[in-house]
Design a protein around this ligand. Sequence first.
Ligand code: MLT
Length: 406
Amino acid sequence: MATINENFLKLPGSYLFSEIARRVSEYSAANPEKKLIRLGIGDVTRPLVPAVTEALHKAVDEMASLDGFHGYGPEQGYGFLREAIAKNDYQDHGIDISADEIFVSDGAKSDCGNIGDIFGTDNIVAMSDPVYPAYADTNAMAGRAGTYVDGQGWDKFVYLPCTAENNFSPAPPDQKVDLIYLCYPNNPTGSVATKAQLKEWVDYANKNDAVILFDAAYEAFVTEKDIPRSIFEIEGAKTCALEFRSFSKTAGFTGTRCAFTVISKELVRGGAKIHDLWNRRHCTKFNGVPYIIQKGAEAVYSTEGKKQVEEVLAYYKQNANVIKKGLDDAGLTTFGATNSPYIWVKTPEGIGSWEFFDKILNEASVVTTPGAGFGPQGEGYVRLSSFGEQEATKEAVERIQKMLKK
Ligand code: MLT
């Protein structure tokens, strides 16, 4: 008889964004006349920039010719893209990362989950609370989470509470942990970590032979000069950290799919290079991102591409400021926005996060994300995304202001 991975049976309910989608479609079906504004899941709305679409078209034409056709590509990504990433995202910023330390993939979410394949199930996993649910759920599927306790989370994880008191940026724990998920700029709180804070983590990880899994999917939203965009800006990181990055939020690739993971050859655990283990996994389970898409991603680094992408980012950053200012003016307490596409909003006194989510949905027809869905410490917050259209974002803020005045 075929048996199953019983860890799947321990997972609570459905994935956060699937549950939200379910509630939203229920609301839409019951209120077809209401114009819904979606500031929930961090999905981009601006089209791909012209430099990217031109490269995509050109690559499609190449694929239609005998000489330009590409079948299976290198699993790790084509050299042209890996070189462009290494140069533009690292070497030009004084970070010594080479093209062969970059693994191109179909998404940071996939990589964050798949990386677990190469680590033992007995590792103690630390993550922030609230946290991007993919870290928790994928480790639960792998059997590293223990038992789920309602309102408390998984009993084997070491949760790092992120609260207003610690600026949503926790310090390393007193106890020893093995795998540490850090995400900066943070999803969902929009907080950032300073170089000094990340240095503490790097020192902790090197001392304890731990590995930091650093999710930098939102690095393009950093506006403050001294805030690090990469864990590899921190001395000592190459021997204890790997980094996930994505073209999704940076260049509008949520539907197109392209991301990458950076693993230095200096990262060794259990006598093995993590780089080589990931390469082995990647080659076995993945056949690479399509040539056409990688050509589109390469164009993000062209002179035109960089300029155009900056304009799109400025558009979303303006949305973030509009949301933050509008909700502050309405008397709510908000965090994030400055270096992040997310605004983390304290719910009014006595209102829980799902309750506030439902209220905003029902009374303002605006979709947000309830903080409690990201973990127990997210209770009492909702998250708003700045990835909407500008006019709709302004309208959403006005609707919430009006709702709060009632
Ligand atoms: C989010 O809204 O947290 C993200 O869009 C989800 C993701 O990137 O998978």
